[in-house]
Write a protein that binds this ligand. Structure first.
Ligand SMILES: [Mg+2]
Length: 409
């Protein structure tokens, strides 16, 4: 029996956005790694691991993953927040890594074995013009990606109008904004269906396409968008509503058959459970580290299987290769896997993680090594970190409506 001797975190990537958890044991050379990255509140996650969850595990049996998850979940009494979940998730991944190493098997073998040969991913295509977007999509299709997400520039792209043409009241320009334009629902409803009309005309229906609304629309306009996009037969429409307005998925279901993908901001089972049970969404898209790791993702996948909902775990650009590996192991075994969001890293970043997932022709491949199959070079990780950059506070982009109102991202 391996006993946990230490739980610590190591920050890396040049900007310090990646937080890697290392769970060490009393067995020579036996340790596990997990992902607890949080782009906005990393210090809070580090404190939760190093000052609360980690110390209580020292001396405990590393194999009791479920017990560590359940008792850790309530050890601060309050629960289901993104910071605690991320801390739990990083530790959970590391414990699965240890269990796999002890068993001499890749984690997906322990979870039930492979349901597929590799993990199909969807790519992020974008362009500020329809022509540039089309070119980017064709490039990803040629690269072998089976599904392509299509965006007109940044999130909300297609909905921004020049500030001087927005009829803004005096003083609206004084609100801080990340974008030179202002966001307008009606402009979005005009341009995004036009984008898909253009793409279907040029590419036909043989290419599987998605779009991410990133919650920008007012709820009734989200219903309208789903209906307007119906003729273009999307693979799915992502984050059409904000988590606060998910009840509108009932109206969307009544109006059209556009498949819905939702969940990257979900941290609490009560957020996704009703949507799954009522079959109001088609793809669940949580981030594996934000729901509490592999143990939580497997439970969600199994519940979703019963209701015919597929998985499409989230991978933001701020995510690290360890979270990607954890999602890949769940993807490999889940029968109701749908698609995995892509992520990519520089060669220098990947050098820190020997055994990282192999991304080839739009598919992720695990290796045959025991555990998560991915290791961590602490020396290279520390050398890469720019400490000044890592200390800078970070905030989500702020988009504004014409009168200055903040758009929910
Ligand atoms: Mg998204």
């Amino acid at each position: 029996m391996a006993k946990i001797t230490r739980v610590r975190t190591i920050r890396t990537r040049r900007n310090g956005g990646w937080i890697i958890v290392k769970v060490e044991t009393d067995q020579p050379g036996l340790y596990g790694i997990g992902s607890a990255s949080d782009w906005y509140q990393g210090d809070a996650v580090v404190a939760a691991i190093e000052q609360s969850l980690g110390p209580r595990l020292v001396g405990r049996d590393a194999s009791a993953i479920e017990d560590h998850w359940q008792s850790g979940y309530t050890c601060g009494y309050w629960r289901n927040g993104s910071i605690l979940n991320t801390a739990l998730g990083g530790i959970d991944m590391a414990l699965w890594d240890i269990k796999g190493k002890e068993a001499g098997m890749p984690v997906y073998q322990l979870l039930g074995g492979g349901s597929r040969a590799a993990v199909p991913c969807y790519a992020h295509a974008g362009g500020n013009t329809l022509e540039a977007l089309e070119e980017d999509i064709r490039r990803y299709v040629a690269d072998g990606y089976p599904v392509i997400r299509c965006q007109l520039g940044p999130y909300g792209g297609g909905g921004f109008i020049p500030a001087e043409r927005a009829g803004r009241p005096d003083g609206a320009g004084a609100f801080p904004s990340s974008s030179p334009g202002v966001f307008d629902d009606e402009s979005y409803l005009e341009n995004v269906p036009r984008m898909f009309a253009y793409l279907r005309d040029r590419l036909g229906f043989g290419v599987k396409l998605t779009h991410d609304v990133h919650e920008h629309l007012r709820p009734h306009n989200a219903v309208t968008l789903a209906k307007l996009l119906e003729p273009y037969r999307l693979y799915f429409l992502e984050d059409n509503l904000s988590p606060e307005q998910v009840a509108y998925y009932r109206q969307i279901r009544q109006q059209c058959v556009t498949p819905q993908a939702m969940g990257e901001l979900f941290v609490n089972p009560h957020e996704w459970l009703p949507l799954v049970q009522e079959r109001l969404i088609d793809y669940i898209r949580c981030r594996v580290s934000k729901i509490g790791g592999i143990s939580a993702a497997m439970k969600i996948a199994h519940v979703c299987e019963m209701y015919g909902v597929q998985t499409a775990w989230q991978e933001g650009g701020d995510n690290d290769p360890v979270n990607q590996a954890a999602a890949m192991h769940v993807d490999m075994t889940s029968w109701n896997f749908g698609i995995q969001e892509e992520n990519h890293f520089t060669d220098e970043e990947l050098e820190i993680f020997p055994g990282h997932a192999r991304l080839e022709r739009g598919h992720l491949y695990p290796n045959a090594s025991p555990g998560l199959g991915i290791d961590f070079d602490e020396e290279k990780a520390t050398r890469m970190l720019d400490r000044d950059l890592s200390r800078k506070p970070r905030h989500m982009a702020e988009d504004r409506r014409a009168d200055g109102t903040a758009v929910r991202p």
